[in-house]
Design a protein around this ligand. Structure first.
Ligand SMILES: Cc1cc2nc3c(=O)[nH]c(=O)nc-3n(C[C@H](O)[C@H](O)[C@H](O)COP(=O)(O)OP(=O)(O)OC[C@H]3O[C@@H](n4cnc5c(N)ncnc54)[C@H](O)[C@@H]3O)c2cc1C
Ligand code: SF4
Length: 479
């Protein structure tokens, strides 16, 4: 065992410092500073190099965390980067936005023994940023071009990871996306203060430089059908994510100034990228000077409240029907929102939106938590005669997302979906019921995480390669 490791009893846990609250509230920059080299090395040396690394077991990509921590502690940073990127197509993204408390870090053995987890996410980000700075991150260089093509629908993390894996093996890859920029939710969903957009643009440029073709502003179902693409390519990946916002069927829902979360976040992200956004520029989707209420308790709701703070809202409240302990959002993000001045109205369920034409206030019931339901979470129950009013002139609904009706949209009625509308996929092969059509990411799991989308994209690439090899050998036999 290297003398440089097992320092967790001597060296305390440290994350890169968070920027001052008053400063970070005024801009959209990421809130964590970078590790300096010495700190990354020190923090890596805290790893106890367990025989069974639970961090790795609980990382969806099975990242070889103990080995790249050891290499970092020894100052062998290029090797650390090579190892880290061998299982992850975007380590700098995961290092920033994985909910590490529920994945790798939450299962770190020294965390369990009360010493505080190794700060795995921050080291992962550091290793990769250092690699970019040193020019070690290079575009794909194909050794043997293969004359088979794959069409990928959707340029989110699932599509990008699959594309990279296939292109590296020599296949010709075209990614189609209905948005004007690649990246999916990495570019238009997740705000800059969690993930600055240069990080995403740098990645997609690298993939373009490696020969992957991007076709933007191209919607399958409008500009071409799924069948058109099947005729054009040897295999297809569907990685379209989930975008249908869940609705609240309550009186007043049709009043003005009530918006779905993605409209609000996309407008803000587009402004950050320098675009003209009419609904933002005319003040409609801008929280400045307004009393904002966000309904929901997940990560999307946290992104909305914190965006509203940065747009200089007069007040920002988050309305959630359970309590803090039972919130689905990451506790790290809730803490960040609280620090930035967001007021949480726990145990509150909306009863009615009120106003003449525009929303003016919300009528809300107080909730108590009852017995656990089948998922183990305690059921919210309305308290009798407990209703109260919350003033608001802009409401953002962040209640989650469902899949769009893809069989109809794609003009492929025979594409099988589950009862939730996600694409039915064989999880061993990632293949749908249509031969040569594979699927990955949120569209098979429902709203999930970037790291799972990357894992699915990589798994799909393995199966697509097998499928294409078989197809080629069958074609050669016939010829
Ligand atoms: C606000 C928000 C914050 C989040 N924060 C985090 C976080 O902090 N950490 C984390 O791990 N995860 C987070 N997530 C979840 C994460 O972003 C998703 O799980 C992940 O992006 C899913 O990847 P994907 O490739 O499956 O789909 P997406 O990223 O959704 O990409 C799908 C792409 O398909 C395109 N598309 C859809 N339909 C068509 C069509 N018909 N034709 C052509 N193109 C189409 C879309 O334009 C899009 O570019 C967040 C999600 C949201 C909404
Ligand atoms: S990809 Fe996510 S879960 Fe895996 S090591 Fe990195 S931060 Fe942890």
């Amino acid at each position: 065992m290297s003398k440089k490791m097992l320092k967790f009893t001597d060296i305390g846990q440290q994350n890169p410092p968070k920027r001052e609250i008053d400063l970070r509230k005024d801009d959209f920059k990421e809130i964590y500073d970078e590790f300096i080299n010495e700190k990354a090395t020190q923090q890596s040396s805290r790893c106890s190099q367990c025989g069974v690394p639970f961090c790795q077991v609980h990382c969806p990509l099975s990242n070889n965390i103990p080995d790249w921590l050891k290499l970092t502690a020894e100052g062998r940073l290029q090797e650390a980067y090579e190892l880290s990127q061998s299982t992850n197509n975007m380590p700098e993204v995961c290092g920033r936005i994985c909910p590490q408390d529920r994945l790798c870090e939450g299962n770190c053995v020294i965390e369990q023994s009360g010493h505080g987890t190794v700060t795995i996410g921050s080291v992962e980000k550091y290793i990769t940023e250092n690699a970019w700075a040193n020019g070690w991150v290079k575009p794909i260089k194909v050794k043997n071009e293969i004359n088979q093509t794959v069409g990928i629908i959707g340029s989110g993390p699932a599509g990008l990871a699959c594309a990279e894996q296939l292109r590296t093996s020599g296949y010709k890859v075209t990614i189609y996306d209905r948005y004007d920029r690649p990246g999916g939710l990495l570019i238009y969903g997740i705000p800059n203060f969690k993930l600055e957009k240069f990080v995403v643009e740098r990645r997609t440029k690298l993939l373009k430089d490696g020969g992957i073709k991007f076709v933007q502003n191209f919607e399958i179902g409008k500009d071409a059908s799924l069948e058109d693409l099947r005729q054009k390519h040897d295999a297809i990946l569907i990685s379209t994510g989930v975008y249908k916002a869940r609705e609240i069927d309550l009186p007043g829902n049709d009043l003005e100034n009530i918006f779905p979360a993605m409209d609000f976040l996309t407008a803000s992200n587009k402004k950050g990228l320098g675009d003209k956004v009419e609904l933002f520029d005319n003040g409609k989707l801008n929280a400045e000077g307004k009393d904002i209420v966000v309904i929901g308790g997940g990560d999307t709701a946290m992104d909305c409240v914190r965006t509203a703070v940065r747009q200089n809202a007069k007040s920002v409240k988050c309305l959630y029907r359970r309590d803090k302990e039972n919130m689905p959002g990451s506790s790290r993000e809730v803490a960040n929102a609280e620090e930035e001045g967001v007021e949480f109205v726990w145990l509150s369920a909306l009863k009615e939106f009120k106003g003449k034409n525009k929303v003016e206030s919300l009528s809300v019931n107080k909730i108590k938590l009852g017995e656990p339901d089948e998922t183990g979470r305690r059921k919210p129950e309305v308290q009798k005669d407990s209703h109260f009013e919350v003033r608001s002139d802009m409401v953002i609904k962040a209640l989650g997302f469902d899949p769009e009706d893809l069989p109809n949209l794609f003009g492929s009625k025979d594409l099988q979906v589950s009862r939730w509308g996600t694409i039915k996929t064989d999880f061993d092969t990632m293949e749908t019921n249509l031969p040569g059509v594979f699927a990955a990411g949120d569209i098979i799991r429902g709203a999930s995480l970037v790291v799972w989308a990357i894992k699915d994209g990589r798994d799909a690439a393995v199966s697509i390669k097998k499928f294409l090899k078989k197809k080629l050998s069958e074609e050669e036999k016939v010829a």
